[in-house]
Design a protein around this ligand. Structure first.
Ligand SMILES: Nc1ncnc2c1ncn2[C@@H]1O[C@H](COP(=O)(O)OP(=O)(O)OP(=O)(O)O)[C@@H](O)[C@H]1O
Length: 213
């Protein structure tokens, strides 16, 4: 676990409704903070979901810290944190249930680091409220807090700043800065100011495709 963090993807392919959305997407990232940019519908969310193992691929290989997501999914996913843009959570589930579920899938228990994340995001008094009764910003914060469970070395965050208040955005930028030497943090955004404040290197989605090389 002491080798530098890495995220690699080779020739990822995924088709929706006869259209190839991921046209042989490849990337190789070392520890750092990266903003994945590109127009609506180009496939940024699909790529993040594919890197997280949440969308099946027709071809290609993903490695988390050198571990193949296809051949060793549990070991790879233990090193990974993923926050989708939209809540995949059942509306009747509470924040605490979500966090405990994610912890269980990673084979860890919630601990002081997770409580600190909840405090920083002003979530600690809201853990028992069901998702359908949380604001969109609060739901987003729970998904982000869940992504950090188990101290992942690769973080995939889909539109992390969407719906967040100023204080939560500040926290994200500080956390990125604190973890950039240790982790690969890849996030999508349409917000240039946030990407800049986060100190992110920009990656244009278009440049990742096989037909752009
Ligand atoms: N589950 C799905 N079923 C069918 N088509 C899908 C599905 N998910 C994504 N798509 C299609 O794949 C394409 C890429 O979508 P994706 O959400 O990955 O784009 P994006 O770059 O993240 O867009 P945005 O910037 O608007 O969030 C779109 O044309 C979208 O309609």
């Amino acid at each position: 676990m002491n080798a530098p963090a890495s995220l690699t993807a080779q020739d990822l392919r995924r088709t929706y409704g006869g259209r190839e959305v991921l046209r042989g997407a490849s990337l190789a990232l070392a520890a750092g903070v990266y903003a994945l940019r590109g127009p609506n519908g180009i496939g940024k969310s699909t790529l993040l979901a594919a890197l997280a193992g949440a969308v099946p691929l027709e071809a290609g290989e993903v490695r988390i810290d050198g571990i193949s997501l296809a051949s060793a999914p549990l070991a790879a996913k233990r090193r990974l944190g993923y926050a989708p843009d939209e809540s995949p959570v059942y509306p009747f589930v509470s924040g605490r249930t979500l966090l405990e579920f994610v912890a269980a899938t990673k084979g860890v228990r919630l601990g002081e680091a997770d409580r600190e994340t909840l405090r920083a995001l002003a979530l600690e008094t809201r853990t028992e409220i069901r998702f359908s009764a949380q604001s969109l910003g609060m739901q987003k914060k729970f998904l982000l807090a869940a992504a950090w469970i188990g101290a992942p070395r690769v973080l995939l965050l889909d539109e992390p700043s969407n719906g967040l208040d100023a204080s939560a955005r500040d926290y994200l930028c500080k956390r990125f800065a604190a973890e950039r030497e240790r982790c690969v943090i890849l996030f999508t955004t349409h917000d240039s100011r946030f990407a800049e404040r986060a100190g992110a290197a920009s990656i244009e989605m278009e440049t990742l495709f096989a037909d752009a090389r």
